[in-house]
Design a protein. Sequence first.
Length: 469
Amino acid sequence: GASSAASLPGQKGVLWFANIYPTKAFKFDFRQELTHKNHLTMIPDLLPKGVEVVRMVPREREGGAFVYFRAPPAFVLQVLRNLAKDEGSKEQRFMKKEDILSKVCSGISQYLKTHEVRAFLCPFPVRAHRVQGDPYLEDLQSRFPSARLRVRVEPANSLSEERIFELLRRYGELQDIEKLADGKGFSASFNYVSAAVAARNCLHRATVEGSSSSSSSVSGGQDVPATLPKLHIEFEPFMRKWVREAITSNARYTIPLMAAMLVGTTYFIWDPLRAFSVQIRLAGLFSLPAQPAVNNGKGGQGENSGSRSLGGLWGLFIHGWGYYNKAQDSILKAARQFQAKAGSSLLADFWADRSQEVNELRRWLTDPQDRVLLLTGHRGNGQTALVREVMGVDAIHIDVASMLEAGGAVDDRIFLRHLCKSLGYWPPQGMDRQMTAILDLMLPGSGKLSRENEVLVSCQRVFSSTTQA
């Protein structure tokens, strides 16, 4: 027994371990940042006892790793004994190297199928496949794994569709196999990307020998005549190709659809975001800290029940922002009062003489706000100062005159930009108009699909978002 084990050389091979990492689906897929060490922590524990790992080549983008292993003579002898026991014959001391390596790899693969192991962030269990070809180890940043493979056969027409199905089916379920237009291969679609990755990494540049029998179907490329069929497999970017062809071939349908989607984002994405930004702006003016509830002795709540308070984290943020803005406005108001007192008492005398009018204005403002109040007067008579005195800091002051003087009277975009800024309205309406103009350049007349070109409608939308906030 010991002499037989010593006479058997160790067997070296390569395995592809699939589903060690999550397969990278797009450029900004960050899951690989959390699974860098999966191959070091998992693969040594998945191999049978006695199999030595020579080196590992992780392929995080493809969701797996190549494992170069060595099966020592004692392990090979044990495999042969188990094989002889299963077949009911004597121990096989003379066996082809390819057959021994195939039995070792199939044993590891069967072990993983019976002992289900899942890696972190991977939806499928780990699988092992023997690498029978010469894989192409590229790191091109613009290529991502796909569930579709382009299988080219050299020489052409040397393999049938049935043979291709037999070779690919062992790696996963197939959706369809189509012959390429040039007749030099096939296009195969798998149900899962991990199966397509395993087929590509294990069969690329592999040589097919024999008939359709599964015992001697593929060789690793050693001592095989050059006339045998050889496979060249690469990923086919199906989704990217389909989207590009759909856009370029149906431009008169896709461009109006893009314009409609752009208008849809205005109502489903930008408008809620704008209402949120306006609410942040108003929080510093009108939000009051939550008042503690006061029991009125009748099982209810008193007037200081905090009716204007908001609950949760959003309420805490609103009240904190209100405290900050109240403190800032109080400091600015105190500074203005100090400057007025230091300058002259003429303004104080003016407000003393107009106390009745000021109180009447304040009473009007406390009435239900169902009408527009207009304060008129000659320029420089103190209308702005009167409004600021009556309203205090609990108001948004929109200086239309300064907007018009800054160029709003000539350019509508300048006026809208200043109006949105004064109300905290973000993103401004000008962004929509710019995107509509770009679409109008791409497809003349598409800008008519949007009403953003009308200044009146834009102003109405700004004030409507402010009202909702």
